[in-house]
Design a protein around this ligand. Structure first.
Ligand code: ATP
Ligand code: MG
Ligand code: MG
Ligand code: MG
Length: 564
């Protein structure tokens, strides 16, 4: 690609509304552009990266025996009524009506649709197992879209759905998907963990999440230092605790004291600094009213979901204090009667990681005390309290450490939940009609790009791993306008690289060297070869790896370039 013909629109300034590195850099490097809340266009440079992620995902899915299809993004309401999720999905689901007054939704996921096709096309156990996948746009009307494509409303998901005559066959495919996901994230080159997870809205028995580790991650993960146990804290909290339950600590009881009205009162009441008291704020959606929650503790937790709880229709998300205040400024409701529902939710959020929690409205100024133990069934209180940094893990496997992750993949054994509600049947070997076992497997393809940048960036910009870089190498002539010799040598090298099948770019934009280098570093191309008169005089080229401190001279030959 000649960059003179390729629109690259970079900016030096960090966009004010972008809170995390990946969002900032994706905007600054011109990979994405915001259209509206939670809606982004992938600009040409970003699309190249996205397509490389897609290609890796597609290759590994195919290799693992899944077959690609493509289902519509718009889905008829009847299918969702059959599964019972037309109302259960809540406000996350964007609904619409056509000119004939028929209800549709923009698909947040595709279990219902695939079940519909399978019940029409698959008649016999002989056609099983089968694993369908697609790479398709989803829409979820997230309560707080944020962090760019990390939590957008429209996003690209690779979703796969498998069907089986029995549970062992499901287990086989589940393991094959687990292995394929492992290969996908290893090939992309991100540091990730597989953790036990909650099945959430989707339901089913067994489920694991793939998390890219990053301080900005929304999920708190409990990971045993021996590497044997890892769980999303919401899942960890529901596991049986080993041994007898600990009695509530003195600190827990302290929380039951009378209401405090301000942060200062809470901080003096509990004898801790206001900043510490406000260390973490969560804004959550409860009856459609975002509420803030103050959590004290040495551990910062980000997003903790209580998606299982009937009171919570939407996952709630973390903001810092300033953002919570901004929410209040934007007119979010104050703590009303719905606030009384909070203790149950707070329990999941706070007890896993810290010693007490206080509820607050979004301006962070009106606090109520929350005794998270009061409304929860006994066992959960005890279980939650076992998941703490340095505690034994719930399965008794050594101390756990709390780390943060970005959920990039999620695999489920759904069992017969959907095949029963959607009445999918096949004939088994004895000619009986049975409901097949089902699994589903998702990867947030667009989120992967952002998650990768969270791990692969420095103060100059993005540092793409080779695997998904928009270009592998850029040939950059110096003063090409004045020196036809440098321009010519650069063009020849660029053509030679293309002949070798290398994903090369030629920076023929005629920018000043400083500006050009800053741009190329921001964009994060892994290899840069500078062609200038001075180096050519020495029979050399200047080579710099994006992640190296300094450039080095290499001989001016194609072999030397390829070796670099
Ligand atoms: P989250 O917990 O982040 O809301 P989820 O558990 O609701 O995600 P799944 O239903 O498991 O998501 O969907 C599969 C994958 O789709 C997720 O693992 C994630 O990578 C991606 N994904 C889900 N919601 C979004 C979103 N709003 N923006 C971008 N990617 C998303
Ligand atoms: Mg979600
Ligand atoms: Mg999740
Ligand atoms: Mg999930």
């Amino acid at each position: 690609m000649r960059l003179s013909q390729f629109p690259i629109t970079t900016t030096k300034e960090t966009p004010a509304d972008a809170e995390i590195v990946s969002h900032q850099l994706m905007l600054r490097a011109g990979l994405i552009r915001r259209l509206s809340s939670g809606l982004f266009s992938w600009m040409p440079l970003g699309l190249r990266v996205l397509q490389r992620v897609e290609a890796i995902v597609r290759e590994e899915m195919t290799r693992a025996g899944a077959v690609e299809l493509l289902m519509p993004s718009i889905q008829p309401a009847e299918l969702w009524e059959e599964s019972g999720r037309w109302t259960k999905m809540g406000p996350q689901m964007l609904k619409m009506r056509d000119r004939h007054d028929r209800d549709f939704c923009y698909g947040p996921t595709h279990e219902e649709v695939i079940c519909h096709h399978v019940r029409q096309d698959v008649k016999s156990y002989k056609q099983l197992p089968v694993n369908y996948f697609q790479i398709q746009t989803k829409f979820r009307d997230e309560i707080r879209p944020r962090f760019g494509v990390m939590r957008s409303r429209e996003f690209l998901m690779k979703d796969a759905y498998s069907f089986h005559i029995d549970a062992p066959s499901l287990e086989d495919t589940y393991q094959a998907m687990r292995a394929a996901y492992t290969r996908i994230f290893e090939r992309i080159g991100v540091d990730f963990r597989i953790v036990q997870a909650d099945s959430g809205d989707i339901g089913g028995s067994r489920s694991e999440e793939f998390h890219v580790l990053a301080a900005s991650g929304e999920d708190a993960l409990a990971v045993a230092r021996d590497g044997q146990f890892a769980a999303n804290v919401e899942a960890a909290a529901t596991l049986p605790a080993p041994g007898p339950r600990p009695a509530p600590s003195a600190e827990m009881q302290q929380v039951e004291t009378p209401h405090c009205k301000t942060i200062d009162q809470v901080s003096s009441h509990l004898d801790i600094a206001p900043q510490q008291c406000l260390k973490t704020l969560l804004v959550m959606g409860c009856n459609d009213k975002p509420l803030a929650l103050v959590v004290r503790g040495d551990h910062e937790i980000n997003d903790v979901k209580a998606a299982n709880h009937p009171l919570v229709r939407d996952p709630f998300t973390l903001v810092d204090e300033a953002a919570a205040r901004a929410c209040a400024g934007a007119g979010f409701g104050s703590l009303g009667p719905v606030g009384l529902d909070m203790p149950v939710i707070v329990d999941h959020a706070a007890a896993a990681l810290s010693d007490f929690a206080c509820g607050a409205n979004a301006d962070g100024m009106h606090l109520i005390n929350v005794n998270w133990g009061r409304d929860l069934p006994e066992p959960q209180v005890a279980d939650l309290r076992t998941i703490r940094d340095g505690d034994p893990s719930p399965t008794g496997e050594g101390p756990v450490q709390i780390v943060r992750g970005i959920e990039v993949g999620h695999i489920f054994q759904l069992g017969r939940k959907y095949t029963e509600s959607m009445n999918v049947t096949v004939l088994d070997a004895d000619g009986r009609e049975v409901h097949p076992e089902m699994g589903c497997y998702g990867i947030g393809v667009t989120r992967v790009v952002a998650a990768c940048i969270e791990q692969c960036a420095d103060d100059k910009g993005i540092v793409w791993p080779e695997s998904i870089a928009p270009f592998s190498v850029v040939v950059a002539p110096i003063n090409a306008k004045k020196s036809e010799r440098a321009a010519q040598a650069a063009r020849e090298l660029y053509d030679a690289l293309l002949d070798q099948g290398i994903n090369a770019a030629l920076d023929d934009r005629n920018l000043r060297p400083g500006v050009m280098f800053a741009d190329l570093e921001l964009i994060g191309i892994p290899h840069r070869i500078v062609v200038g008169d001075r180096t050519l005089d020495r029979g050399a080229l200047e080579y710099k790896a994006r992640d190296a401190d300094a450039a080095i001279d290499i001989p001016n030959t194609l072999d030397a370039v390829l070796a670099a």
